[in-house]
Design a protein around this ligand. Structure first.
Ligand code: AMP
Ligand code: TRP
Length: 329
């Protein structure tokens, strides 16, 4: 079976960009692959986060992943910091990466821009992400479009390591959905929808009420003119709404465009489609939240299975690099 790995940061409310760009693929992949899904709490430390908030968001991230349909009987869900091999392999890989290639990472440039002080972890973030993936010999990594560059780095580091120290890692490939790979902010359709958005009205959270969804979509920024056409360059607002509707309904965005003659009708259908899409997820979220003990037990079992694989890969990499094993083997 193909090994699949992906991760999500417990850094805020999960939104429809996460769902359409990533989680939907994860749910599908769990049936056909040996899939590992990781709540990357170490990555969330790269910007200042309240400790209690981080802990509760980590549990909530797990509840969200279960609510969208991940089944712990057939895939592995775990928390990154529960498997210390992630941080350990990250160090070995930091010794393979160059300052220049990390400096070119656009996410680092965006998140670091304008800050007086930037945490070193924010700079080395993509190396930790590489470690996440390589530890599980993952062949495929289902992610949204914004992670392509990080995946390219992961591939380069795997290839470089294999060339220098012998065949050690599987070289992973990204898997980016054809539609909704980059859901844009409803208030600023030139920016991707994100957990750290400054305008909460631009982001539709997975747990938003029907009323909130309806209001946010109705107030979404649209473009001059009245015609509904799919044109991401000149009509980014309308095109984003068409992309969202296409992703939810399975129709093509340009085909959908021909069905609408007013922005208002399109918005009303987008809101309705999202409300219907999220309703069952919200119901499961409410049920799971009532039993956090069960969620913690799922995470503990997930970490145990993850570690049994990660430990073997870490040892292989450490040996290849010439580290002395702690005991004779
Ligand atoms: P993050 O919220 O950054 O932890 O991302 C978790 C997953 O969701 C990653 O695979 C991202 O690529 C994906 N993702 C995040 N934001 C969006 C978006 N606006 N559109 C599509 N995919 C997204
Ligand atoms: N960097 C990813 C994001 O912000 C999260 C992530 C961390 C990840 N490790 C990963 C995604 C490994 C895929 C594989 O969305």
């Amino acid at each position: 079976m193909t090994r699949v790995f992906s991760g999500v940061q417990p850094s805020g409310d999960m939104h429809i960009g996460n769902y359409l760009g990533a989680f939907r693929q994860w749910v599908e992949d769990q049936h056909s692959s040996d899939a590992f899904y990781c709540i990357v709490d170490l990555h969330a430390l790269t910007v200042d986060t309240d400790p209690e908030m981080l802990r509760s968001r980590t549990v909530d991230a797990a509840i969200n992943l279960l609510a969208v349909g991940l089944d712990p009987q057939i895939c592995t869900i775990f928390v990154q910091s529960h498997v210390p091999e992630h941080a350990q392999l990250s160090w070995l890989l930091e010794c393979m990466a160059s300052m220049g290639e990390l400096r070119r990472m656009t996410q680092f440039k965006e998140k670091g821009a304008g800050r007086e002080s930037v945490r070193v972890g924010l700079f080395t973030y993509p190396v930790l992400m590489t470690a996440d993936i390589l530890l599980y010999d993952a062949e495929r990594v289902p992610v949204g479009d914004d992670q392509r560059q990080h995946l390219e780095l992961a591939r380069n580091l795997a290839i470089r390591f294999n060339n220098r120290y012998g065949d050690t890692f599987v070289v992973p490939a990204p898997s980016v959905p054809r539609v909704a790979a980059r859901v844009m902010d409803l208030q600023d359709p030139t920016q991707k929808m994100s957990k750290s958005s400054i305008s909460p009205t631009g982001t539709v959270a997975i747990l938003d009420s029907a009323d909130q969804i309806e209001k946010k979509v109705r107030r979404a920024v649209t473009d001059p003119g009245k015609e509904v056409v799919y044109d991401p360059v000149n009509k980014p607002g309308i095109s984003n709404l068409l992309d969202i509707l296409a992703a939810v309904t399975g129709k093509s965005n340009s085909e959908l465009a021909t069905e609408y003659h007013s922005y208002a009708q399109l918005k009303s259908d987008v809101a309705e489609a999202l409300i219907e899409l999220l309703r069952p997820i919200q119901q499961r979220h409410a049920q799971l939240s009532a039993d956090p003990g069960e969620v913690l037990a799922i995470l503990a079992r997930g970490a145990e299975r993850a570690q049994s694989i990660a430990a073997v890969t870490l040892e292989r990499a450490a040996n290849a690099m010439g580290l002395l094993p702690p005991k004779l083997i």
